[in-house]
Design a protein around this ligand. Structure first.
Ligand code: G1P
Length: 288
């Protein structure tokens, strides 16, 4: 079955970025000059997913406006003959078929995915978490979609991390080796000594719709939240689950320091900003 739908949970409170996220969803924070969420939608579209559902929270307006036409702004740019900026302003509204649903009570990532059940229906779908950005040059989701179409079941993106980092992530027990493995178990943010491996779940999933049935009966887990990882642990016993070990470039925007690093890295690779930014950094850093 062809995968067409992507679900992007975007209802987090963004407390790590307060006060910036008091009135603006964290997904709208700029990574250089593009909101983080736009990179994620672009990634879904590159993987062939043209139906995108955002599970949003209280500050849904800014998200909707970003992916909508901005008639007034477009008129001003048109009158000025600024074709370049006009294209940049229009692009998000032409990316995909966007849908929005509110999560209501923020009861965890598993709950956010369950809220998408009606929209998704009985077909496999992708989940993309906005805190993880995957470099456009490293096609992860495309690969995951191909594996799901070949093998069925679900496919989860994994990444090798150092043992002390494992407790920041969902962690997978796996069989086999190489870039595609079989997942035999999952545990959400285990203590270092309980971690079944050093393979962390990163925020890309291609899931079988059976996950909805499981999520409906998944009790709150770690942190009192309905955890997607807990539902996936149960799904492992029911259907095939593969892991793709990602060795490409992933950027974290969910943490302030990692966010800053991401902005500097991506800006330094840009033709317009990179050379002057790097020149300034080289000059400035020795003075620190
Ligand atoms: C979530 C998931 C976790 C996963 C992580 C990836 O955690 O619950 O399993 O490893 O995303 O970014 P969060 O970072 O939202 O706490």
């Amino acid at each position: 079955m062809t995968i067409r739908k992507a679900v992007i949970p975007a209802a987090g409170l963004g407390t790590r970025f307060l006060p910036a996220t008091k009135a603006v969803p964290k997904e709208m924070l700029p990574v250089v000059d593009v909101p983080a969420i736009q990179y994620v939608v672009e990634e879904a579209v590159r993987a062939g997913l043209t139906d995108v559902l955002m599970v949003s929270g209280r500050a849904k307006r800014a998200l909707e406006d970003h992916f909508d036409r901005a008639v007034e702004l477009e008129q001003v740019l048109e009158a000025k003959g600024d074709a370049e900026r006009l294209a940049v302003v229009r692009a998000p509204s032409e990316l995909a078929d966007l849908h929005y649903v509110r999560q209501g009570d923020p009861k965890g990532l598993g709950h956010a995915v369950l809220v998408a059940a009606e929209h998704v229906g009985n077909e496999p779908f992708a989940v993309l978490l906005g805190d993880d950005l995957i470099d456009a040059r490293d096609p992860l989701l495309e690969e995951m979609v191909k594996i799901q179409e070949r093998e069925g079941g679900s496919v989860i993106a994994l990444m090798e991390v150092s043992p002390e980092q494992v407790s920041l992530y969902g962690c997978a027990a796996v069989a086999g080796s190489g870039d595609v493995v079989q997942i035999t178990g999952l545990v959400e943010k285990p203590a270092v000594e309980d971690a079944p491996s050093n393979l962390a779940v990163i925020g890309r999933y291609v899931l079988s719709p059976t996950v909805f049935e499981v999520l409906r009966r998944t009790p709150p887990g770690r942190g009192g939240e309905i955890q997607l990882t807990d539902a996936l642990q149960e799904l492992v016993g029911l259907e095939p689950m593969h892991g793709v070990v990602f060795r490409g470039r992933r950027y974290d925007t969910g943490d302030r320091l990692e966010y800053l690093k991401t902005v500097v890295r991506l800006a330094s690779e840009r033709d317009d900003l990179g050379p002057p930014l790097l020149a300034w950094l080289r000059d400035w850093l020795p003075q620190q």
